[in-house]
Design a protein around this ligand. Structure first.
Ligand code: GMT
Length: 378
């Protein structure tokens, strides 16, 4: 198939997932055309069967904001026509599902029908999508997509709850590539970060409020009071400054390392003992899955799709959002029992295997096929 993939090219989970999906499908012989405003963060080297089409929103003194949506719609029309795409797969509803609908309508005037599949990722529904400023357009665009997928059962249910949805939503879970995400011996990193054999806790996110990174720091403080340990904060984002202030006020600057955005995150996960994900809301928790694939148990909040990924008492523990006390006591319980920790490590890997890319890619292929078959020239 010739597939156009539209996503945010950043380090956010939806962009990561969309890029890995495109790369995986290209390896299986499909022709993949990424349509984004920047080279996707995970598309760093040459990949056979993949093409990149940059969207550049022209600036003009009249525009306070460059018209990205218009430029994206034009680029979609162009790529569908000239690369002869079979379908457009857009990730994150805002604005991609809406823009794809416009592109589809424009293409129809040129006698060309292209089906659009929208994958819902999380805050496009749970936070931003339900905002009155977007809600009617999000609902309309979902209903006008030819196929809609959600990355967890929880997100599917929330979408139906929040909006008047007239079509089926298929759950296709996020996935993990074990060729990349697996435990490996990185003792040299471990020695550099924890020279006295301290335990290593890890958090990875884009440091937005919804991630509650401050809770990760507060959990770590309680763990550190009991167990020699270090915290690695990987990623960057709007809360970074506040988080640094919090570390300073707690006197933990030497114990907490801000590592910024990292390409080889799997090499740092490989030295982790526990992964912290205390999010306010999380439709799936791809970063937690990446940790589990590297045999790192997860201490997380019990929200959204997280219980579908992190199994309480098996691969880690779940606590109510904001319950720092419970998260810390679960973390301490695990770190104080080597036997339990080793068992949870094995369990985390076994659970991650449920989301192996090799099982999920055929689900997308089958779904594309179904959508193509039922799509008629409208
Ligand atoms: O919805 C977002 O916050 C953006 C999105 C992203 O691009 O980071 O994250 C969501 O999509 C990921 C990939 O499907 C999921 O693993 C994340 O759980 C989800 N984030 C939230 O729901 C907060």
């Amino acid at each position: 198939m010739r597939i156009g993939i539209v996503c945010y090219p950043t380090y956010g989970g939806s962009g990561v997932l969309a890029t890995e999906l495109g790369i995986g499908l290209a390896r299986r012989g499909h022709e993949i055309h990424f349509i984004t405003y920047r080279q996707p963060a995970r598309l760093t080297s040459f990949q056979e069967n993949t093409f990149y089409h940059e969207v550049s929103a022209t600036d003009y003194p009249l525009f306070e904001y460059p018209p990205y949506d218009t430029a994206l719609a034009s680029k979609m029309v162009d790529v569908v026509r000239y690369e002869n795409l079979d379908l457009l797969h857009v990730h994150y509803a805002i604005p991609h599902a809406t823009v794809a609908y416009i592109a589809k309508k424009i293409l129809l005037t040129k006698g060309r029908y292209v089906p659009v599949i929208t994958t819902l990722h999380g805050t496009d529904i749970t936070l931003v999508g339900t905002n009155n400023a977007f809600a009617p357009v999000v609902e309309f665009s979902i209903n006008k997509s030819d196929g809609v997928t959600a990355v967890s059962e929880s997100l599917r249910k929330q979408t139906i709850e929040y909006f008047d949805i007239q079509r089926d939503i298929e759950v296709i879970y996020n996935f993990i590539d074990f060729e990349r995400f697996k435990w490996s011996n990185k003792d040299h990193f471990k020695k550099a970060i924890a020279p006295n054999g301290e335990r290593i806790l890890v958090h990875v996110s884009n440091f937005r409020k919804v991630k509650r990174v401050e809770d990760a720091i507060l959990v770590f403080k309680k763990v550190h009071d009991r167990i020699p340990s270090k915290l690695l904060l990987i990623g960057d984002g709007p809360e970074r400054h506040n988080l640094e202030e919090l570390c300073r006020s707690l006197g933990l600057c030497d114990e907490i390392r801000f590592l910024g955005k990292q390409d080889a995150v799997e090499e740092l996960l490989a030295i982790g003992d526990l992964f912290l994900m205390p999010s306010q809301s999380e439709s799936f928790g791809l970063a937690a899955l990446e940790a589990m694939a590297c045999e790192v148990p997860v201490i997380s909040s019990n929200t959204g799709g997280l219980p579908e990924v992190n199994i309480h008492g098996v691969t880690g523990f779940l606590s109510e959002v904001g319950d720092v006390e419970s998260m810390a006591s679960n973390a301490i319980r695990l770190l104080e029992s080597e036997t339990m920790l080793q068992q949870f490590r094995k369990n985390a890997l076994a659970q991650a295997k449920e989301f192996d890319i090799q099982n999920i890619l055929p689900q997308y292929e089958a779904y594309y096929q179904r959508v193509l078959e039922r799509s008629v020239f409208k």
